[in-house]
Design a protein around this ligand. Structure first.
Ligand code: XLS
Ligand code: NI
Ligand code: NI
Length: 436
């Protein structure tokens, strides 16, 4: 049964269309820098917000009551929801989706019942993937909702929680492989602490490293070739999450000898919660060879938590795409809308408006970033700012010809500094604005 029978496949109609259910900028087949928009952006819909989000918040219950959901915890309800989800994604034209194990299938009374439910729902997903050609960007295990994870999962003080988490991850990697998932994500849900007095940080970090090694070993064992990704976030739900930002994650991966096996999934609203910009996090991850994928959303300047709003800020998407283009694209990752509609947006069509808006904002960001690069003035000014490294002393230093002592000699001989380059921040900002 169709729940979106009044919605046609969302088409590109150009910026002047009056149709709210159309793309103004995302033209999947249009070429940008020699690649289609589809291949640059690799859009992905998240199952948890889009098909399991209820609108509940700490002050009130569900507002998003879906006509397709019978409210039960049955496998049949979950399978039916899968069909609705694929109808939605097919009409939207998103090539990918992502899920947590417990988003797509109900937990049972025992682990084996849970696994059995999972397999049954995955069968329906497999059918729908075949029917529509929609692919799996990544799978992940939810290791944070159940009370057994109140102290964390891989960093729990309780060994049995660790064991249960291991079982969940093993199964979820198996399913991700079965569905041809291109990545597998670890977001450290409650891997962190609320209070250092009661926390053995060293043990928790070592166990986290141990847990990730087990995942790598299992992937090798079954031949799962997808990319492992860690998703940094500084706080929420714990006060201090161990994977707080890109730099902390990369340090952790190197310290525990995991650097070759993991990249990062950078989320916009997590970057800002960490006191960074998305561009900073992407740039840092990229130069360390660790840029894997992005969770696209945005926060609210006035709110200090992960509001997961759909990205509509053209500056933000243009910056994001500029960094991605600079570093050769997103690889096996994608632009994954880890974003939710507001609890007041109760019409099922709002799901379309939200995703269309996000896809158009990124398509515009992509076009803007490509135009800035084609124009070249911005990069030219950056190059000019660093010109002192291209020849003479700078080139000598960068090629390793100097020591503190030899440089001291040069500094002692320097009578007066040459006039320096201006930072020209205002000009840089003006140039960007010409393309927005
Ligand atoms: C929560 C995270 C989460 C991950 C997947 O803040 O963004 O949704 O992306 O577990
Ligand atoms: Ni998040
Ligand atoms: Ni996320």
């Amino acid at each position: 049964m169709s729940y979106f029978s009044d919605v046609n496949k969302i088409a590109y109609e150009g910026p002047d269309t009056k149709n709210d259910l159309a793309f103004r900028h995302y033209d999947a087949d249009a070429m940008v820098e020699g690649k289609t928009m589809r291949d640059h952006l690799r859009f992905s819909v998240v199952y948890w917000h889009t098909f399991r989000g209820t609108g509940a918040d700490p002050f009130g219950g569900p507002t998003l009551l879906r006509p397709w959901d019978d409210g039960s915890n049955s496998v049949e309800n979950a399978q039916n929801r899968v069909r609705v989800a694929f109808e939605f994604m097919e009409k939207l034209g998103a090539p990918y989706f992502a899920f947590h194990d417990i988003d797509i299938s109900p937990e049972g009374n025992t682990l084996s019942e849970t696994q059995n439910n999972f397999d049954r729902v995955v069968e329906t997903i497999e059918e729908e993937m075949q029917r529509t050609g929609i692919k799996l960007l990544w799978g992940t295990a939810n290791l944070f909702s159940h009370p057994r994870y109140m102290h964390g999962a891989a960093t729990s003080c309780n060994a049995e929680s660790f064991a249960y988490a291991a079982a969940q991850v093993r199964k979820c990697i198996e399913v991700t492989k079965r569905l041809g998932g291109e990545n597998y994500v670890f977001w450290g849900g409650r891997e962190g602490y609320q209070n250092l007095w009661n926390t053995d940080m060293q043990r928790e970090l070592e166990n986290l490293g141990r847990f990730f090694h087990m995942a790598v070993d299992y992937a090798n064992e079954i031949g799962f070739k997808g990319q492992f990704l860690i998703e940094p976030k500084p706080k929420e739900p714990t006060k201090h999450q161990y994977d707080s930002d890109a730099a902390a994650c990369i340090n952790f991966l190197r310290a525990y000898d995991l650097g070759d096996h993991f990249k990062l999934n950078i989320e916009t609203n997590h970057a800002t919660l960490a006191g960074h910009t998305m561009m900073h996090e992407l740039e840092y991850a990229a130069i360390q060879g660790a840029l894997g994928s992005i969770d696209a959303n945005r926060g609210d300047l006035l709110l200090g938590w992960d509001t997961d709003q759909f990205p509509t800020d053209i500056y933000q998407t243009a910056r994001t795409m500029l960094v991605l283009l600079k570093h050769g694209g997103i690889g096996s990752g994608g632009v994954n809308f880890d974003a939710k509609i507001r609890r007041e947006s109760i019409d099922i069509h709002d799901l379309y408006h939200a995703h269309i808006g996000g896809m158009d904002a990124f398509a515009r960001g992509l076009k803007i970033a490509a135009a800035i690069r084609a124009d070249g003035q911005l990069q030219g000014l950056v190059d000019q700012r660093y010109a002192s490294w291209k020849s003479g002393l700078g080139a000598e230093i960068e090629s390793g010809e100097h020591s503190l002592t030899s440089l001291e000699k040069i500094a002692l001989e320097t009578k007066a500094f040459q006039p320096m380059e201006s930072g020209r921040q205002e000009l840089f900002e003006n140039i960007v604005n010409r393309f927005i």
